[in-house]
Design a protein around this ligand. Structure first.
Ligand SMILES: Nc1ncnc2c1ncn2[C@@H]1O[C@H](COP(=O)(O)OP(=O)(O)OP(=O)(O)O)[C@@H](O)[C@H]1O
Length: 334
C-alpha cells in the first residue's frame, strides 16, 4: 500500500550514470505496485538554446505492468526520450510527472569503477535501501542468473565488455524498480544472458513494474510489448496493426484449471492466444520470453492449475497460435 510520502532522490556517490530513488517503504516495499503512471505532457527537448528540437510535443503515459518498445532510426532521439523517462534529463519544455523508483541501463556503461563486480552491486543495493547482507545476496543471485558468478570478485575495470554489461543489467534489476528503462541493454550480452534479461523483463512487468526499452533487433521481446512507438521527425507515433509488434517465438502450454474458470490475471495478460479446448482445459500460446512467468502464475494460482505439457518454440513447427483465439487487446492490459 502506498503510504503517501514522497520518494527522495539521493545521489549515488562514485556511481555515475545511475539515478536512484530511495524507496519510502524500506526493504519490504520493493514489489509494491506503482502509485501512478509516469507521464510526459507536451514534452520537448533540444540541446543548447538555439539547437534544433530533437523531440517536441510528446505526450506519453507508461502504466504499471506494461512493456513499451521505442524504435526509430539512428539519431532520431530514442536515447534522449529514455533519459527523460528515467528523469536523468529534464525537458526543455513540457512536463514529466510521476515519481517512480527507477533503474536505467545506458547504452554505454562506465566499467572503470573502483569496485569488484560484487562490491559494486552490493554498494548499489545498499543505496537502493537494502541491508548490506540482503544486498550482497541479491547481487550474487543476479550475477549467477546472468552467468557472471565467476567474476564476482573481479575488479570492474578488468571485466570484458560483455561481462560489465551483465553487471549493468544486474544493477538495474537489483532494486526491483517500478520503472525499468533499457537503452540497448542487450548489446554485448551472450545468448544465455540475452534470454535471461528477457525473462527478467517479463518478471518485472508481471510484478507490476513498467518497462520501456530500445533495441535495434526487431526480434527482441517480439510479440510481448503492450505498445510500440516510433520516434520520427521529433514526434512519437504509436504503431498499430500489422507489424506493430512482430510475432516472436511462442511456447505452447497445455494446462488444466477449474472448469469455466478464468486464467490467473498474470497469465491472462501475458498470453498471445488462448483456447479452452474442453471444460477447464486450456491451450495457451505465450511469447517464449514470458513462458516462465505464465507457468509460475498457473502453478501458484489458488487453486493451482495443472500444467499438462510445455512445448518450446521450434522453428520448423507450424506456428503454435494457429487456430487459437488472440488474447484480449493488449491495450486493455493494466
Ligand atoms: N548531450 C547532447 N548534446 C548535444 N546533442 C545531443 C546530446 N545528446 C544527443 N544529442 C543529439 O540529439 C540527437 C538524438 O540523439 P539520440 O542519442 O537521442 O538518438 P538515438 O535515436 O538514441 O540514436 P542511436 O540510435 O544512434 O542511439 C542527435 O542528433 C544527437 O547528436
Amino acid at each position: 500500500m502506498f503510504r503517501g510520502c514522497a520518494a527522495r532522490t539521493r545521489p549515488a556517490h562514485d556511481v555515475p550514470h545511475i539515478r536512484l530513488v530511495i524507496s519510502p517503504y524500506g526493504e519490504t516495499g520493493h514489489n509494491l505496485p506503482m502509485q501512478r503512471d509516469l507521464r510526459l505532457t507536451g514534452v520537448g527537448r533540444r540541446y543548447g538554446i538555439r539547437g534544433p528540437w530533437v523531440l517536441r510535443g510528446l505526450d506519453l503515459a507508461l502504466a504499471p505492468g506494461t512493456l513499451t518498445r521505442v524504435e526509430g532510426a539512428n539519431g532520431t532521439g530514442k536515447s534522449t526520450l529514455l533519459r527523460l523517462l528515467a528523469r536523468l534529463d529534464a525537458p526543455t519544455e513540457g512536463r514529466v510527472t510521476g515519481r517512480l523508483r527507477t533503474a536505467y541501463v545506458p547504452e554505454r556503461f562506465p566499467s572503470a569503477l573502483p569496485f569488484t563486480a560484487l562490491g559494486y552491486l552490493t554498494h548499489l543495493g545498499t543505496v537502493h535501501g537494502l541491508g548490506r547482507g540482503t544486498a550482497r545476496r541479491a547481487a550474487g543471485t543476479w550475477l549467477e542468473r546472468f552467468g557472471a558468478g565467476a567474476y564476482a570478485g573481479t575488479p570492474m575495470a578488468q571485466l570484458s565488455k560483455g561481462s560489465s554489461q551483465k553487471v549493468a543489467v544486474a544493477q538495474a534489476l537489483l532494486g526491483d524498480p517500478e520503472l525499468l528503462v533499457l537503452d540497448e541493454a542487450w548489446t554485448g550480452l551472450d545468448a544465455a544472458a540475452r534470454a535471461e534479461l528477457e525473462r527478467a523483463v517479463a518478471e518485472r512487468t508481471a510484478a507490476g513494474g513498467a518497462v520501456v526499452f530500445v533495441d535495434h533487433d526487431p526480434r527482441r521481446l517480439a510479440g510481448a510489448p503492450d505498445a510500440t512507438y516510433a520516434v520520427r521527425d521529433g514526434g512519437l507515433k504509436l504503431r498499430t496493426g500489422e507489424g506493430s509488434s512482430p510475432q516472436g517465438p511462442l511456447t505452447l502450454i497445455i494446462a488444466r484449471g477449474p472448469a469455466g474458470g478464468q486464467l490467473p490475471p498474470e497469465a491472462a495478460r501475458t498470453v498471445a492466444a488462448a483456447e479452452e479446448t474442453a471444460p477447464g482445459s486450456h491451450r495457451l500460446a505465450v511469447p517464449a520470453s514470458h513462458s516462465d512467468v505464465v507457468l509460475r502464475a498457473l502453478l501458484t494460482a489458488r487453486p493451482p492449475w495443472h500444467v499438462v505439457s510445455v512445448a518450446p518454440p521450434a522453428e520448423a513447427a507450424p506456428h503454435p497460435s494457429a487456430g487459437l483465439t488472440p488474447s484480449a487487446d493488449p491495450g486493455s492490459r493494466p
